[in-house]
Design a protein around this ligand. Structure first.
Ligand SMILES: NC(=O)c1ccc[n+]([C@@H]2O[C@H](COP(=O)([O-])OP(=O)(O)OC[C@H]3O[C@@H](n4cnc5c(N)ncnc54)[C@H](OP(=O)(O)O)[C@@H]3O)[C@@H](O)[C@H]2O)c1
Length: 292
């Protein structure tokens, strides 16, 4: 039995669909089992033995976290510790999702799992504390760090761009922050592959789609594909800007390019290029909207 935590979120929705499609025995919760409530988490039980707790829940409001650090830490650190305790108590393994924001983005080249974290904001610090609590409390854990997540559910960069392309004649996007987009469905596939394996190597792994880009290039391909699929039929000018021209409450890492070599080598998980993943997402968007 798999316990999926956070099944209403952007990633959780994708994992949930796959658990159902694969007919994997599971139970799914979201705010109905508040992970910050230790009693609720440890008391949550099912007659069957749990094999995995998969945690897709989180406090993900990166900028708001600067103004409510207690809440971010309560969910991303203390709540995660409750899940680690529960997994240990129930004899289950824990798969948890973390973030590129644990790094400060000053490294040149790809971040390895062994690189020292140094988060610059509250969100990143709270997520790093969650990782630390897991490592301290349960040996049988897999922490998957991801970045630039998008998918059909929830607010994300691709959906924001598609909205702005309808509303504005000119859209400005930062071109000096580098990383890799991640289609939530591809990460969900990786999660399913890991939790259905016979043998597991525990520890921290990085997963995003392959290839390094910046937000402006990402937006340019979204626009190109949106035009191709007639999701946008009006003229929009896309302009590259610098981070300092688009100040945000929380600092963003200038480089959040994560190396995927470890997850590929250990689990044999395929990682497709971000352009290919985006193309398949936009195809799906077009077919759902009746425009192809
Ligand atoms: N989005 C990204 O670009 C990105 C990048 C890197 C890493 N990540 C990580 O990837 C994971 C999935 O992100 P996501 O974007 O799919 O997140 P999301 O859409 O914000 O989903 C998180 C879910 O957890 C729920 N939740 C919040 N507090 C909870 C609590 N106390 N108890 C139980 N459930 C709670 C949320 O409910 P409410 O919505 O009602 O609060 C929501 O349904 C997270 O660990 C995130 O840190 C995300």
């Amino acid at each position: 039995m798999i316990w999926l935590v956070g099944h209403h979120g952007m990633l959780g929705t994708e994992v949930y669909h796959r658990l159902r499609a694969r007919k994997l025995e599971h139970v799914a919760t979201d705010l109905d089992v508040d992970i910050t409530d230790r009693q609720a988490v440890s008391g949550f039980s099912d007659p069957s033995a749990l094999s995995w707790i998969v945690n897709c829940s989180a406090y993900t409001a990166v900028d708001r976290a600067e103004d409510e650090p207690e809440r971010a830490f309560r969910i991303n650190a203390d709540g995660v510790r409750n899940l680690a305790w529960a997994a240990r108590q129930k004899g289950a393994r824990l798969l948890h999702i973390s973030t590129d924001y644990v790094f400060d983005g000053r490294k040149e080249g790809a971040y390895l799992e062994t690189d020292p974290p140094n988060p610059s904001g509250v969100y990143g610090r709270s997520k790093l504390q969650g990782e630390i609590y897991i490592r301290e409390n349960i040996d049988r854990h897999v922490i998957l760090r991801t970045a630039w997540l998008y998918g059909p559910a929830g607010a994300n960069f691709v959906r924001t761009m598609l909205r702005l392309f309808q509303e504005r004649d000119e859209v400005r996007v930062v071109a000096d922050q580098w990383g890799s987009p991640t289609l939530a469905g591809d990460l969900a596939d990786a999660i399913i592959q890991i939790i259905t394996r016979e043998t597991i190597q525990y520890g921290i792994f990085h997963f995003t789609n392959e290839g390094r880009t910046n937000w402006f290039e990402f937006a340019s391909l979204i626009l190109e594909l949106a035009r191709k699929h007639h999701l946008v039929d009006r003229q929009v000018r896309l302009l590259p800007i610098k981070t300092k021209e688009y100040p945000t409450r929380a600092l963003r890492p200038a480089n959040s390019y994560l190396s995927k070599e470890k997850i590929k080598a250990v689990f044999g998980i395929p990682v497709r290029p971000w352009q290919e993943a985006l193309e398949s997402f936009m195809n799906d968007m077009a077919s759902h909207s009746g425009k192809t």
